[in-house]
Write a protein that binds this ligand. Structure first.
Ligand code: OOB
Length: 571
């Protein structure tokens, strides 16, 4: 990766490299002058916190507790080991780890080297990981041994020959006693993380340019192949710092990491990075189910947690049974998908804590309800952007601003919202406006008090309880099945998940594929399990729109009628 160079573009000069567009220089200057882009680095941040909070607990994982000094020292030892294996500044490294302390060690070791983590989710499988390796040109892949019954070493073995840039596989779990990889001892011929650790490099930390890439996040995707999201140190650290401020994090904060920590919400909104920024404690939760999470809340006196709506509902049900001491909990963040107002209203009384709604995206903008907002705002809106320099527009199909209070397409621009994807210049032309706003695909209304309400979605994506499914990706896989003539994947309302997926399939003449065969086909193709359609309906033909396109809206209505359900309130 080349460091920041100024390249003239149609919008003026930007902080772009060849691989991703940065911000126009006048914006960059404004964000620096406002103090948003502070020039601080993640590696430097941990170093400073380790000095200030040396003996305080940074992370709890099972029975293991690492102080800030421990974490910092382990990060140094791993950074030295990775450097010894040739991982350096600008190198991309796909990191696919569950919620374990080593996630933070790996992340900060890469930050310290100026290398760029590509943050895969544990649920991703051959197709997704293969794509991340290819799109990023990653030199290394960090995996657990066996997690959730899946052997990641086998996947690495399969992918290695297909990706010539990939030269190092690091296995973490094999060395955690009693941990998530205990059933699969051994790194399977790859480098075990513990064996990589070595004496810290002498001399000062490598130079890291805060304008360079800090990490690559993943987009939920709606059209084509899901894209990588280039986040710089300046912009990401600002969103973390601002989020930590809005949530009033401090050294007494004990955060339970329930959602997969690689996701932007539990990572940076303000998430585990915000907690480390504040000198608090991160408690890694090995599984999101209430019977695992709630005893941890009680044991570690957790003050803060972040959930998606279906999990919030499960927590409410479990907490109502009263078996666990949840008195330490101060704040519950819920986001990633629309939280129903009636569920929102129950959080305070059942869990005995405040609710904060969070509406954000890995591409940047994050809105929060504020801690001192009236109850009505916290239970029926998704809050307002965290930065005074977040710019929000609500427009109609022709990009004309809708009247105040009306619902429109949400466009966002600001100091931590990307100006384009990684190596995807062609796609950027439609994903962003000419003046740099990101088209979120969300249908949003802004109330007179400035709070946003998410009313629906215009993008071809299903939001399955916070997990984003690009429908055309699943459709393409189903179309490859010999018995499938045509297919449309739509979201159906689901009382628990908000939405679940239904693949509507038109078979080729004479064929009669069964739902089980088609679901098995998607799974065998190597997609993450959450993308396997929840339901498959085989129909003789589709309803079409006036222009001959399949009408997803009509399909949803027909299916809902057939199933006796209300259609999902999405575009
Ligand atoms: C978060 O990030 P992503 O990138 O997985 O998904 C972004 C999309 C948004 O465009 C919107 O469609 C949906 O997820 N969404 C919500 C929501 N929060 C996200 N829809 C309705 N209500 C909400 N509260 O999901 C994400 C990133 C950072 C913080 C929080 C969530």
């Amino acid at each position: 990766m080349t460091s920041e160079t100024a390249v003239p573009t149609t919008t003026g000069t930007t902080t772009r490299t060849g691989d991703w567009p940065g911000w126009p220089v006048e914006f960059a200057e404004r964000y620096r002058a406002a103090g948003h882009w502070s020039g601080e680095t993640f590696g430097g941040l941990l170093r400073e916190r380790a000095r200030r909070f040396a003996g305080r607990t940074a992370v709890v994982c099972g029975e293991r507790r690492w102080t800030y000094a421990d974490l910092d020292a382990r990060v140094d030892r791993l950074a030295a080991g990775l450097a010894g294996r040739g991982v350096g500044r600008g190198d991309r490294v796909v990191v696919q780890l569950p919620n374990v302390a080593e996630f933070l060690q790996v992340l900060f070791a890469l930050f310290r080297l100026g290398a760029v983590p590509v943050l895969a989710l544990p649920a991703h499988r051959r197709v997704e990981i293969g794509r991340f390796l290819e799109q990023s040109g990653a030199v290394a892949y960090v995996v657990p041994g066996v997690h959730g019954g899946f052997d990641h070493r086998e996947l690495a073995r399969e992918l290695l020959p297909q990706h010539p840039d990939l030269r190092l596989v690091v296995v973490v779990g094999a060395d955690v006693p009693g941990g998530f990889g205990a059933d699969a001892p051994g790194a399977g011929g790859f480098a075990a993380l513990a064996d990589l650790e070595t004496d810290p490099l002498p001399g000062p930390d490598p130079d890291v340019d805060p304008g360079d890439l800090a990490l690559l996040q993943l987009s939920g995707g709606s059209t084509g192949v899901p894209k990588l999201i280039p986040r710089t140190t300046d912009d990401y650290l600002y969103s973390v710092r601002a989020g930590a401020g809005v949530c009033a994090l401090d050294p007494a904060t004990v955060y339970l990491a329930v959602l997969p920590v690689a996701h932007n919400f539990p990572l940076s909104s303000p998430g585990v990075l915000g907690v480390l920024h504040a000198g608090g404690t991160v408690v890694m939760c090995p599984h999101p189910a209430p019977d695992v999470a709630l005893p941890l809340v009680a044991r570690e006196r957790v003050t803060l947690a972040a959930l998606v709506p279906p999990l919030a509902q499960l927590w409410l049900q479990a907490a109502a049974r009263g078996a666990h001491d949840l008195t330490s909990l101060r704040l519950l963040q819920v986001g990633g998908a629309r939280l129903a107002d009636e569920v929102a209203r129950r959080v305070g009384s059942v869990l005995g804590c405040e609710l904060q709604q969070v509406f954000g995206m890995a591409e940047g903008m994050v809105a929060y309800t504020r801690l001192d907002d009236p109850e009505e705002v916290r239970t029926s809106t998704q809050g307002r952007p965290v930065s005074p320099d977040d710019e929000v527009r609500l427009v109609d199909d022709d990009d004309v601003d809708v009247p105040e209070g009306a619902t429109g397409h949400l466009l966002v621009r600001g100091p931590y919202t990307i100006r384009g994807y990684y190596r995807a210049a062609e796609h950027d032309r439609t994903a962003f406006t000419a003046d740099g706003y990101y088209r979120t695909g969300d249908l949003v209304r802004r109330r007179a008090d400035g709070n946003l309400v998410v009313e629906g979605r215009a993008k071809d994506q299903v939001n399955r309880g916070g997990e984003k499914i690009p429908v055309d990706e699943v459709e393409a896989v189903l179309l490859a099945h010999p018995a499938v003539l045509d297919v449309a994947v739509v979201g159906l309302p689901d009382p628990h998940l908000g939405e679940r997926t239904c693949a509507v399939v038109v078979p080729v003449a004479g064929a009669a594929p069964t739902p089980a065969q088609l679901r098995g086909h998607v799974r065998a193709h190597g997609l993450a399990a959450y993308k396997v359609p929840d339901r498959v309906e085989v129909v003789p033909a589709f309803p079409h729109t006036a222009v001959g396109k399949v009408s997803r809206r009509r399909l949803r209505t027909l299916l809902a009628e057939q199933l006796g359900e209300k259609p999902a309130a999405v575009g």
